[in-house]
Design a protein around this ligand. Sequence first.
Ligand code: CP
Length: 315
Amino acid sequence: MKRYLKVDDIGDLKQALKEAFEIKKNPYAFQELGKNKTIILVFFNSSLRTRLSTQKAAMNMGMNVMVLDINKDGWKLESEMGVVMDGDKPEHIKEAVPVIGQYCDIIGVRSFATFESKEDDYNEKVINQFIQYSGVPVISLESATRHPLQAFADLITIEEHKQKERPKVVLTWAPHPRALPQAVANSFAEWMKKADVEFVITHPRGYELADEFSQGANIEYDQRKAFKDADFIYAKNWSSFKDYGQVISQDRDWTVDEEKMALTNNAKFMHCLPVRRNMIVTDGVIESKNSIVVPQAANRVVSAQTVIKRMLESL
Ligand code: CP
């Protein structure tokens, strides 16, 4: 595996799950693969789970790990081509990325949507420059449009907690005070459409995801109807794709609460975290016995380790 950006990069999901469960059962069995190999994790944005779980995954594989918080520790990077660099960015990404590639065997990159240009975000301008110029395999630690390590961990978690062969999984938009990227929702939709689940997306009008992610999914604009008989409720906020990056509703009637969870088939509650309590979800729901947000976050180590293992095998 030379890159991990989206669901197609992992191939068959059943096989990926099989590998993930082997790793979960025996996390230190593959340390020879990572011996004397180095991964560098580059962050353009904040992180708790991705940073720690990917480090842990790489350490489980016997690798050396370096983390670079570009905004705090590095030079500000220019990513436009052919510009006169007379501003506040002293280093061009075209030098910085191949240099980082000299120091490692695998690079992980977190680079969120900036909302400055829908075209640049949806063309994955930043992570594609890492693929183009680094000379080493690249793992997305959440790019402008997708969060594939999160979606893989979500699938592992659903597989572990499902009570029936083909569960009903509902992705619900929920309110948030700030404009958030569509990446988590996009990836979750991309993965659930390929998984053996009944998949429903519910959101207020105006929050439709890009066609490539929503096509083929069931869209239900009535959140209560969507929740009926659901086995998993996955809450997430995202900003509008159509009115790109805009917050067009903060309707608290979309907060996931006990009354709406009672409409479900005793559904498990999921969220990628961090979560704003009593905006996205009530204290009662996130603290209920049906909340699986912590085991979901724990599976971030498993998804990252499965991907790193495949990359090490292909070096
Ligand atoms: N879910 C997730 O990616 O969390 P962090 O932003 O803390 O890494």
